[in-house]
Design a protein around this ligand. Sequence first.
Ligand code: SF4
Ligand code: SF4
Length: 361
Amino acid sequence: MAENGSVATHKPLGLLAELTHRCPLGCPYCSNPLALEKREDELDTATWARVFGEAAALGVLQCHLSGGEPAARRDLPEIVASAREAGLYTNLITSGVGVTTRTIRDLWEAGLDHVQISIQDSDAVSSDRIAGYRGAFARKCALAAEVKRLGLPLTVNLVIHRANIERIGAMVDLALSLQATRVEIAHVQYYGWALKNRAALMPTREQVARATTEVEALRQRHHGKIVIDAVVPDYHARYPKPCVGGWGRRSLNVTPSGKVLPCHAAESIPGLEFWNVRDHSLADIWIGSPAFNAFRGTDFLPEPCASCERREADFGGCRCQAFALTGDARATDPVCHLSPRHDLVTELAAVQTDEPYQYRR
Ligand code: SF4
Ligand code: SF4
């Protein structure tokens, strides 16, 4: 742990490598920015290999290969191999569409450690409707079977919202039938495309309460068969989440064009200066870049966080959410019931609409 001014700089443990923003699906809750980065601006294979080496030297242990759809990159096997060569644990986060039998075998041969497949619902029609891609559900299930045939560990990612919240049990059953050993249940977080579709995605308070009870029951029912990790829904929580484990504290996120962000939504905060791996080493960016130091630690937090005993546990919540809802990125996350602007969240959580999604395109 090094000192940077008055703020301690911890070692990052995880690197989210957004290899591309290209994706065949159009999920209305996609966390990618509204202005997607272009293919011609993407980092090349050699630069990713350098980044992985620098990440490992900085203390990173896990590399999450994400996107967009990472398999949109033809050099994905080389990218996996270089991450493994750097000594990183490699996790592929995929939509399942565009990953052929051949691709997954190549990735396995390159040393891929783990696969996460996102599934939108328990039945094909609804799943494909949410993803905005006909036939996606069948491809996801086929890829899951191939992943297990190769002996790779599988996690199923479930993003929960108004259209599927009543079928969490059926989705966990599906994950079990696909032989997943872990399921990650995360309610939609309202950034990027999800912010655009907030009212169409927002469940009611009653639905969230039922879902929370159901997840506990599922954990007990399937104990020993599957691990169920669940992230509480922001707008219906009492306290905010410790976003990314604290700004510039545990993880970093490299965009397709090489910008390094403290969290995947950080570009939604205007005025932050992000450094690029094309111009700086990852260590220089982690320690010295303006964006990473903007909200490091807790010194910047106003009341009620400044004198709250939870501030080292949740860091006052999410900076992007504080900005999105109050216009001030330093404010207490309004999700917190102690925030003077908590009324904003209460009001927005009560707004639901049946209007069609604005799909990510
Ligand atoms: S959330 Fe959906 S659209 Fe966005 S990258 Fe993932 S699969 Fe693609
Ligand atoms: S007041 Fe601030 S530190 Fe305290 S619980 Fe709320 S967000 Fe967390």
